[in-house]
Design a binder for this molecule. Structure first.
Ligand SMILES: [Zn+2]
Length: 60
């Protein structure tokens, strides 16, 4: 059976684990309505993206 030759150091282990650790998403402010929005995603509350309306919000 394959067995590791050396013990994984704490630093090496922690460096590896840090790569897929959960980080809070970077939130921006919608310039139209001021709500917190994810980058590269149209604002869910007013439907604006890149200074123009891209989504229809609300009832018909
Ligand atoms: Zn907005």
């Amino acid at each position: 059976m394959g067995v590791p030759k050396r013990k994984t150091s704490k630093m090496r282990l922690r460096t590896r684990k840090a790569a897929n650790r959960w980080r809070a998403p970077k939130l921006g402010k919608c310039p139209q309505c001021g709500a917190s929005v994810l980058p590269h995603i149209a604002c869910p509350s007013c439907g604006y993206y890149n200074k123009r309306q891209v989504l229809t919000i609300g009832a018909e």
